[in-house]
Write a protein that binds this ligand. Sequence first.
Ligand code: PLP
Length: 424
Amino acid sequence: MSHLVHRSLRQDPPLALRGEGMLLYGQDDRPIIDGSGGAAVACLGHGHPKVIAAIKDQLDRLAYAHTALFSCESAERLAEVMVGHAPGGLTHAYFCSSGSEGNEAALKMARQYFLEIGQPQRTRFIARRQSYHGNTLGALSASGNAMRRAPYQPLLSPAFSHVSPCYAYRDRRDDESEAQYVARLLAELEAEFQRLGPDTVIAFVAETVVGATLGCVAALPGYFEGARAICDRHGALLILDEVMSGMGRCGTLHAWEQEGIGPDIQVVAKGLGGGYQPIGGILVHGRVIEGLSAGSGAFMHGHTYQAHPVACAAALAVQAVMAEEGLLENVRAMGALLERRLVERLGNHRHVGDIRGRGLFWAVELVRDRATKQVFDPALKLNDRVKWEAYDRGLACYPMGGTIDGRQGDHVILAPPYIVTAEQ
Ligand code: PLP
């Protein structure tokens, strides 16, 4: 009997004992292809010697020093690598231990920014119904993922409201062009600003490419440009959550680079440290930092393990390897191949409703009926069955159920490490 609280309290998972490159091995020593890098985390695969050496080296020198008194070299250097060249005007970085913590930091920094610049009446956030921003209470309040919200609904903050996502597969009407659909969504966002009072809104929060809520859904052209313009018109911030879709996953270092806009605050995690250490963070636009600096001069949100030396050393090494080995190019090339293969092999399958994604971030949406897009009965626990069937065949993938507007759906995410080869 295991004494560990697993995700399921009814079934203990198999033990993972070691990892090498694209492969994971358990007790039976059978190779399992890590087809989703966990939950789109292991971007370099497993056991990369340079990352391991960097972690060991950091541990030999310094494991921990409290940030109330000290900074550390690896965190300083990681911030420089991430925002030293001010991508999209992002000039500062804050590092924490997970994507949820990153979202909490983003929400609180955005609120504090408006306090500092004399707009204390801004107390509201607008997010989207197709979204997952984390399991801590602030991040879960931002999340639209109904399944994950449901048990904790009474604890969630009323400061968040949710608008429709850009989910063309299900929500674009047959009589609508893509541009008309985008215009309808932007009108809804504008109406939500007006309903709340535009000068009460702190930020619009969205995943640049939706991850774990019927995922890998990129917005249609013009959507984020329009959302950015609405935020600007009302003086609100744009927070983009790239915990899953960022750090190269979609073929560019940041997914927003493909949208023609940039965020005021960007949340990063998974691919930042590639699973070698727990690390997340936010990248912050210069104007937000200026507001904070001119006001109290402090971000009122510290964590014991913020900017952890070993976590930052690992992330620094992961980012160095990505650059040295030209892995973004491999993401684009292997992503195009993965798309072709998925469409060839599964495109006409009677239970595949949609195949979508960017870079090495692909989802197959499963439906009972392709024509009506009718979903499977949730009682079938299809996602769990797909996960274990794939595992039996030597593949670790990331199947997930989701509910949007009361509609349950099923999808499987494939997000292999960036080192994946054509053969694999
Ligand atoms: N944001 C997004 C887009 C995510 O996909 C996730 C996790 O899957 C999170 C936030 C939460 O990150 P974490 O599980 O590291 O707290």
